[in-house]
Design a protein around this ligand. Sequence first.
Ligand code: DX5
Ligand code: ZN
Length: 223
Amino acid sequence: MTRSSLIVAPSILAADFAHLADEAQAVEGAADWLHVDVMDNHFVPNLTIGRPVVQSLRKATHLPFDVHLMITDPDRWAIGYAEAGAHNVTFHAEACADPARLAAELRAAGSQAGLAIDRDTPVEPYLEILPHFDLILIMTIKAGFGGQRFLPEMLDKVRVARRHIDAGHLHLRVEVDGGIDADTIAAAAEAGADTFVAGTAVFGADDPTEAVRRLRATAERAG
Ligand code: DX5
Ligand code: ZN
């Protein structure tokens, strides 16, 4: 099995929102992407940031933005994040009637396209549209809040996605998001994830850069 190199994406949801530029720069030396959680108080009960913050933050760091839209009506809003310079825009399968079409629009707007699968959503119905995407994000918690406990039973979905991707020789990353830390990242890597979001485990650490390095090393050993 060929596996692309691992990516660690610290989530700024766990960072100090009054100092986002500093927090992003603090992990620039070790992180691959910066994970940006957009929540709208409708798709999830929580509320975070939107396009103006993403646009401003874009000028403050070289890290590619891995934008995770936890919003209703991504058909209306997702393209704006591609235009704001996101490397990747991931929207939720549960919020979109025609995910393949929106993925094509995102690619046309210059970003990569990601499909997110929340805790209570099976992955099987979406396997056949994966060729339209650059990434599938398997939630390992219920989307909405940082700092939740990792749900190991979600790794079955990671295995199903990984098997389908490898069997079809698809070029797609498998990302996990939620409760990823030094204790859980190995199991996610073994299941077939190659892209790891970590909020609390990075920005809650005394040394965020060192935390990213340790997470990567642990995932590399396991994967
Ligand atoms: C939650 C977000 C996650 C969150 C992860 O819905 O999608 O990206 O920041 O935070 P931790 O790593 O603390 O579980
Ligand atoms: Zn996220």
